[in-house]
Design a protein around this ligand. Structure first.
Ligand SMILES: NC(=O)C1=CN([C@@H]2O[C@H](COP(=O)(O)OP(=O)(O)OC[C@H]3O[C@@H](n4cnc5c(N)ncnc54)[C@H](O)[C@@H]3O)[C@@H](O)[C@H]2O)[C@@H](O)CC1
Ligand SMILES: Nc1ncnc2c1ncn2[C@@H]1O[C@H](COP(=O)(O)OP(=O)(O)O)[C@@H](O)[C@H]1O
Ligand SMILES: [K+]
Length: 496
């Protein structure tokens, strides 16, 4: 799914209106979608306090208030009574609720304390039209709302957030539990500094002009299930182990053998035809007894001391590798003569950063840094938006794919497209999760997924397996090995 900027969304709204629906009816449709979602998720005994701004986001709020009232909900509306300079459609909907009479209309300042347990705040202060940080009464009311512990639902965007950039450092933003956004995800939902305000996000289809969206130019995309289902290739019947490639996972060092073991196990669980671990001899017994399906190639005593080049194989290098001098030489020796795409992770990246060997990375390779590894490779950035821009520059410069790991991992391609992943959860924030991703990626590339599709599929699959593991064991208790065992459930889900 595409991600558009605030100004593109505005143009999309205008185009949709030009195509035949009036703007007031579009607002009715958008508010209707929110109203139905609210009805499905809350009880008629709950009390709704709806905070409305003067723009069309506020207009949505007034319309939602009317719809909930008509369904029998207890609704109060809060506005800034010193600023009644409403947009046309907000004005129409404001008048409608005034006519109804049964809905209390109050000033932000009259909002003192919540005196009922089951209260729900609806935030319809600002949407994508925000053009400066919140100040005055808007700021005060958001600070007050943030200080009380009740469920908050933001309409379109948590008020105070921009759709596509960071707010100023000291901005106030509503901290929502739920965000009901129209038609498309917004970029700010996926960045750590801004995404933390959104809570659980639901995208509501309000039928904006499909042709406009199709033709809109953007570098930014969300990895949704449609993309994955198009991408996934079920296993052919007439096939043999050679059909599904040869994955060689290089890593492990004394005390970190588990890392390469988990990488190999993930490669197997993702369907690799032939799977090898290339690891120090001290890991032989443990790997061979834990994963009999994987073959073992010894390449040192306690550390990887050489990386043998084999034909028709895809290499995933880094998990548990360590940075021993002999390992550094082994990596240098390998990359100097190898020019097929490889997957590089963890200490392989740390060595490349430390030695400034980035030019050795073969074209079309995939690197999978977490933010700190990224910083070691490419330097500091001020925020995660800048980090993505730097990743785009580096992906193009080096002609590589960058899988920038985070809560919403981003796949950045050499032609500067950015795909945000929406599967995964904080249960994966445990040593070993990244090793699993390296195995999944290597396996998909060895099965001849093109590299872009392999990256997209791998991060989605990895996160989805993490979500299944969290469902079964909880975020706290799930282990990276549980995630690896859930990979099978994800493939079953894809064909169901
Ligand atoms: N027809 C449409 O265009 C539709 C718009 N929709 C809703 O409309 C929203 C966008 O509406 P608008 O473009 O009116 O924008 P907003 O409702 O976000 O508010 C913009 C208004 O607030 C002012 N403003 C911006 N930042 C401010 C600040 N910090 N302090 C005080 N005032 C500030 C602006 O000057 C403008 O008057 C969407 O997010 C969505 O909720 C939906 O109803 C779907 C259809
Ligand atoms: N809070 C989180 N939400 C979603 N995914 C997460 C979270 N924390 C970690 N992950 C995922 O787990 C993996 C961790 O990788 P990494 O930091 O390299 O750790 P490791 O030490 O396991 O190699 C990444 O794929 C990352 O996206
Ligand atoms: K809002």
């Amino acid at each position: 799914m595409k991600i558009l900027t605030a100004s593109q969304i505005k143009s999309c709204d205008i185009t949709t209106i030009e195509q035949g629906i009036s703007s007031i009816n579009l607002m009715e449709k958008a508010s209707g979608c929110c109203g139905r979602w609210i009805e499905e998720h809350f009880n008629v005994t709950d009390k709704f306090l709806i905070f409305c701004g003067t723009g069309n986001n506020g207009g949505d709020g007034f319309a939602i208030a009317r719809m909930l009232y008509e369904k029998g909900f207890d609704v109060e509306v809060y506005i800034d009574q010193e600023n009644l300079n409403f947009s046309n459609d907000a004005e129409i909907n404001f008048r409608k609720i005034k006519q109804i009479g049964g809905i209390g209309i109050h000033d932000f300042n009259d909002f003192l304390n919540i005196n009922r347990e089951k209260t729900v705040i609806i935030d319809a202060l600002f949407g994508y039209g925000l053009n400066r940080k919140l100040s005055g009464k808007n700021k005060t009311v958001v600070e007050k709302l943030n200080s009380i512990k009740v469920v908050k639902v933001s309409v379109d965007i948590p008020s105070g957030l921009y759709a596509d950039k960071l707010p100023d450092g000291d901005s106030v933003v509503i901290k929502a539990d739920f965000t009901l956004t129209f038609q498309l995800y917004k970029r700010s939902f996926f960045h750590p500094e801004t995404g933390k305000f959104c809570g659980k996000i639901t995208v509501l289809d309000i039928d904006l002009d499909k042709e406009f969206i199709e033709n809109a130019e953007t570098d930014y995309f969300v990895i949704d299930e449609d993309l994955i289902k198009n991408n996934y290739r079920p296993r052919e019947d007439f096939s043999h182990k050679g059909t599904f490639g040869k994955s060689i996972l290089v890593g492990g060092s004394y005390g970190k053998i588990g890392a390469v073991l988990m990488t190999a196990l993930s490669a197997l669980r993702t369907g690799s035809g032939l799977t090898f671990t290339m690891a120090p001899d001290c890991g032989c017994q443990i790997i061979q007894s834990q994963i009999p399906e994987a073959m073992f190639i010894g390449c040192g005593d306690k550390y990887v001391e050489r990386i043998e080049i084999q034909e028709k194989a895809v290499y995933g290098i880094g998990p548990g590798l360590g940075k021993d001098k002999k390992t550094q030489n082994a990596l240098f020796g390998f990359l100097k003569y190898y020019d097929e795409p490889v997957v590089l992770d963890a200490d392989a990246l740390n060595i490349l950063a430390q030695k400034n060997w980035l030019d050795l990375i073969p074209k079309n390779s995939v690197i999978t840094p977490h933010p700190l590894e990224f910083e070691r490779l490419f330097g500091k950035t001020n925020d995660s938006f800048e980090r993505i821009e730097l990743a785009k520059t580096k992906a193009r410069e080096l002609d590589i794919f960058i899988v920038l790991k985070d809560h919403h991992t981003a796949v950045i391609t050499p032609d500067q497209k950015v795909f945000y992943n929406i599967t995964g959860n904080s249960g994966m924030a445990k040593g070993g999760s990244g090793d699993a991703l390296t195995g999944i990626l290597t396996s998909l590339i060895s099965q001849k997924y093109d590299i872009e599709n392999a990256c997209i599929f791998a991060v989605w699959l990895h996160g989805k397996a993490g979500d299944f593991a969290a469902e079964k064991f909880s975020k706290e208790a799930m282990l990276p090995t549980d995630l690896i065992h859930e990979i099978g459930e994800v493939f079953k889900y894809l064909v169901s």
